[in-house]
Design a protein around this ligand. Structure first.
Ligand code: CP
Length: 319
């Protein structure tokens, strides 16, 4: 694997899920694979799970991982080509990224969207500039529009949890939030579940919260959350801001927050969320603290997703 930016970089989703689950059973199976290799983990935005799980995954493969909180500790980076840097930015990515390419064998990058300019966010300018100028494999630790390590984790979690012969019914439901959040997790989850093709996939959200059809095509989409939840095996809860009229909050209807009563028509659905979650805004205490919530199992699986991907990237080095 030469890069990991989306499901499109994965030749075989099931094989990668199986590899990650094998690491879960035997974390040190490839403890020498990353020897004498170094990974840079660049964070332009905050993180707990992605940062720690990727560091642990690298360590399990015998690889050194160095975290650099660019957004907090580094020079303010400029990403626009031909920019006249008379404003707040101090260093151009064109100058910084080649240096990172000399320090590291693999680069992980986390960026968020601005939610101001759809075209710019959906062009994935930041991560693409690191790819263009670093000259080494780049792993997305979440980009402006996608969160592939999270989505791989989600499929790992669903695969290990669902043991019936039939397809699971997976529901992605919008939830209220006080801030305008990116569409990344919802886009990416939709893209991966559709590419996986092993689920009956339903997306439910209020009117005018349609996601980019490029990611959702193949799913059933409804504005009726109660209908969507019927017979669900998994309910993935996530807020996102509007995509069409970009980055807005139109609806903060608390009726969209899941309760145990709402979950009654489901098939004892397991509840998923990428975390962090705002309790009693996005998800109620009673749902999060119920045995049906698998959010901790899901977050723990971030290690195995990162390890599976890193292993593939290490195997691809020099090829
Ligand atoms: N889910 C997720 O990416 O968590 P962090 O923001 O803590 O990394």
């Amino acid at each position: 694997m030469k890069q990991f930016l989306s499901v499109n970089d994965v030749p075989n989703i099931n094989a990668l899920v199986d590899k990650a689950l094998a690491y879960k059973i035997n974390p040190l199976a490839d403890q020498h694979l990353g020897q004498k290799k170094r990974m840079g983990l660049l964070f332009l935005n905050p993180s707990m799970r992605t940062r720690l799980s990727t560091q642990i995954a690298a360590q399990n493969l015998g690889m050194e991982a160095i975290v650099f909180n660019v957004g907090q500790d580094g020079w303010a980076l400029e990403f626009e080509d031909e920019a006249i840097m008379s404003g707040n930015t101090v260093e151009h990515v064109k100058d910084a990224a080649p240096i990172l390419g000399k320090y590291f064998d693999v680069l992980g990058v986390r960026t968020f969207p601005t939610l101001q300019n759809k075209e710019e966010d959906y062009s994935e300018l930041y991560v693409n500039q690191f790819i263009k100028y670093s000259g080494i494999p780049v792993i997305s630790l979440e980009s402006a529009t996608l969160h592939p390590l999270q989505s791989l984790t989600d499929l790992i979690t669903i695969t290990e949890t669902f043991k019936e012969k039939r397809k699971p019914r997976i529901v992605l439901t919008w939830a209220p939030h006080v801030k305008a959040l990116p569409q990344c997790v919802a886009n990416s989850f939709s893209q991966w579940v559709n590419a996986w093709g092993k689920a009956d996939f339903v997306i439910t959200h209020p009117e005018d919260y349609e996601l980019d059809p490029k990611f959702t095509k193949g799913a059933s989409i409804t504005h009726h959350q109660d209908e969507a939840l019927e017979n669900a095996d998994f309910v993935y809860v996530k807020n996102w801001s509007t995509y069409n009229d970009y980055g807005r909050i139109y609806c903060n209807d608390p009726q969209w927050m899941l309760t145990n009563k709402k979950l009654k028509p489901t098939n004892n659905a397991k509840i998923m969320h990428c975390l962090p979650v705002r309790r009693n805004v996005e998800l109620s205490d009673e749902v999060l603290d119920n045995a049906h919530s698998i959010v901790t199992q899901q977050a723990a699986n971030r290690v195995w997703a990162a390890q599976g991907v890193l292993s593939e990237v290490l195997n691809g080095l020099g090829k």
